[in-house]
Write a protein that binds this ligand. Sequence first.
Ligand code: ATP
Length: 260
Amino acid sequence: EVKDLYVNYGAIEAIKGISFTVQPGEIVTLIGANGAGKTTLMRMLCTLLKPTSGTICCNGKDIFSMGSEYRKLLGYLPQDFGFYPEFTVEDYLLYIGALKGIRPIVAKKRVKELIAKVGLSKAAHKKMKKLSGGMKRRAGIAQAMLNDPKILILDEPTAGLDPNERIRFRNLISELSEDRLVLLSTHIVSDIEYIANEIWLMKDGEILHKGSIDKLINSMTETVWECLVPKNRVSDFMEKYKISNMKSEINPVSYTHLRA
Ligand code: ATP
């Protein structure tokens, strides 16, 4: 339960009064442009950053005073995660397992299962430095899952994934979300439209919209249009309206415009 959260970085107000309650079984996706405050919010939910004011509680307890009791419930994939480049995928996951305090015998079994789950079995003995961007991301998702967390926080998990990997990722997240809370961020709506049951639209440190994709689309009625215009009118429209997408047809030009 997050209440009245504010974060200032000096003069910058990165989070401006956010409150919400979430629970296991939910998949919440934060969508927003660069700098909207998604990473800042996620870092706070992982206790990596203290809010300037406001509270975050888990089952009624302040997460910052719970220490390892809270972190045992948590799996986190940061936007950039560190690893020793010479480690193989398997060594990397065993190493993270040791840091998380998982007993070696349990970790070994879990690492094997997770490597298969994220589709890295063939690359298990490949060095981390030799993985593609998408494979690294999948190794990152596996490390976040090592302790079977009740709260899974993934910062841009689909960055760098190819179309096949995106499909695999959607299926993986649906499977993982059964008895846990999954909170993820993305710029790419199509990655999550089949899996997220909640979309939160963030802008300038605030959550502007919460709800299903259908609710989000319905709220845009009378605000967003799609129309066809002749080529010689395109610049007029660009001056008058915010254009979210434009597609050229042989003749005329068709595009979607967004009213300011
Ligand atoms: P992106 O999609 O680019 O990751 P984001 O939505 O995650 O963006 P944040 O990284 O949370 O956004 O940043 C929110 C605001 O806070 C931005 O204006 C950013 O410049 C600022 N900010 C973030 N981290 C710091 C920091 N350590 N010091 C100062 N300002 C920061």
